[in-house]
Design a protein around this ligand. Sequence first.
Ligand code: FES
Length: 177
Amino acid sequence: MKKPYDLTADYQPAAFTFANKKAVEEAIARYPEGQQASAVMPLLWIAQRQHDNWIPRAAMDEIAKILSMPPVKVYEVASFYTMYNLAPIGRYHVQCCGTTPCWLRGSERVMAACAEAAARAPDGLFTVSEVECLGACTAAPVLQVNDDTYEGLTPASAKELMALLEQGIDPKAGDKQ
Ligand code: FES
């Protein structure tokens, strides 16, 4: 499934300013003098949290300015990792692991069930993406919805999860088998 990716669309704000300057300074201070560019990932994460779970180009340009690096280097990092969203996404970001252990345990059918439920849901509620290993392979197949992980899913339990989310019920993260 293709990652939402658009650096030019007109929904991009013209400018971006970090609301929490202290968090930015703390992230940069974790790296040795002269290696501040290494803070690009935490800064992208802070920007995404601040901006409805996606990162506008203006935020990447601001990060490039803060870290004194060429903007294209920030775009490269942001577009490489699936954890960064470069276009607006739904209220629930349903990330389906498609790596081998999950795939062997039926992740394709789980993802199809999620995509089907998302297609029937109101616009802006769900974004379904395929991601690489979520680090819970022993409980495959695995989904991550925003910050919560759901393990041992079947197409039926995935549908049930999507139905609860659609009703605004926040199911407890964990093993849903
Ligand atoms: S392969 Fe799916 S969580 Fe590791």
